[in-house]
Design a protein around this ligand. Structure first.
Ligand code: AMP
Length: 276
């Protein structure tokens, strides 16, 4: 595995005339990230992973400074998973001029976009920079961040970016808790309680299967999430997927998405419900 941190080193390390599968991450790797690498390995000649905690997607009072980082551990995990090129740039490399950001209009004002203003501008900015540098054949994103996937797909379509976006399923603990770098901030008790998020989402999906109305499903889901002690609901939403607009009679896929604030970690999770 080649480890590179400058644009020049990356350009030298990238292959020509081979397919490139790209896995962008913020590091502190877990099985969720590894599943993206596995998919990328299967479908491409070469796998490139980036590790970069992107400052522009964090708000002023968010956890940029204390976001977990452990490059030595990540390097080993990436090598063992079969990553060929690991791009580990500095902030100065990624933001040489502090230039304008990509702005997202449609779909950035709901769910995490409503709670974290400017977050998706930061995400799209770094994703577009990384795509320009790596020029991947395919790029792999987890449905853990379903809104992010939808906005990146929209960006790629709208800007004619020559890359195929691959959606990957959410990897969970046995308890149902979605794997996340931020889970290290949960206490033991919170880790147990947080598994109720997925149970509540599963029950909501089952309620949709039995034909219950969206408003009623949302009410019950909210009630169940409210029962999780020492936590606060940031949002509970059911929206059309991947448009992220309001659910209508034409909707064939619904995103049930939640964000729950624990003492030191804000967790997001979701399920997608398909009609029929
Ligand atoms: P992050 O390092 O949190 O920015 O995540 C990097 C990529 O890994 C994103 O595409 C995430 O959606 C994906 N990812 C994070 N957690 C999971 C998970 N539990 N299952 C699947 N993909 C995940």
């Amino acid at each position: 595995m080649k480890i590179v941190s400058t644009v020049e080193e990356l350009r030298i390390a990238l292959p020509t005339n081979q397919t490139i599968g790209f896995v962008p991450t913020m590091g502190y790797l877990h099985e969720g990230h590894m599943s993206l690498v596995e998919n990328a390995r299967r479908e491409n000649d070469v796998v490139v992973m980036s590790i970069f905690v992107n400052p522009t997607q964090f708000g002023p009072n968010e956890d940029l400074d204390r976001y977990p980082r452990d490059f030595e551990r990540d390097e080993k995990l990436a090598r063992d998973a079969g990553v060929d090129v690991l791009f580990y740039p500095t902030t100065e490399t990624m933001y040489p001029l502090d230039m304008a950001r990509v702005t997202v209009h449609h779909g950035a004002d709901v769910l995490c976009g409503a709670s974290r203003p400017g977050h998706f501008d930061g995400v799209l900015t770094i994703v577009s920079k990384l795509f320009n540098l790596v020029q991947p054949t395919r790029a792999y994103f987890g449905l853990k961040d379903a809104q992010q996937v939808a906005l990146i797909e929209g960006y790629v379509r709208d800007y004619f970016v020559p890359v195929e976006i691959r959606r990957c399923p959410i990897i969970r603990e046995e308890t149902g808790l979605a794997k996340s770098s931020r889970n290290v901030y949960l206490s033991d008790v919170e880790t147990v309680e947080a598994s109720r998020i997925f149970s509540a989402l599963t029950m909501a999906r089952e309620a949709l299967d039995t034909g219950q109305q969206v408003d009623e499903v949302k009410r019950q889901l909210t009630e169940r999430l409210n029962e999780i002690p020492n936590s606060q609901i940031d949002y509970v939403e059911l929206v059309d997927y991947p448009t992220l607009g309001a659910v209508s009679s034409d909707s064939t896929e619904l995103l049930l998405a939640v964000a729950i604030q624990f003492e030191r970690a804000r967790l997001i999770d979701n399920v997608i419900w398909k009609k029929g």
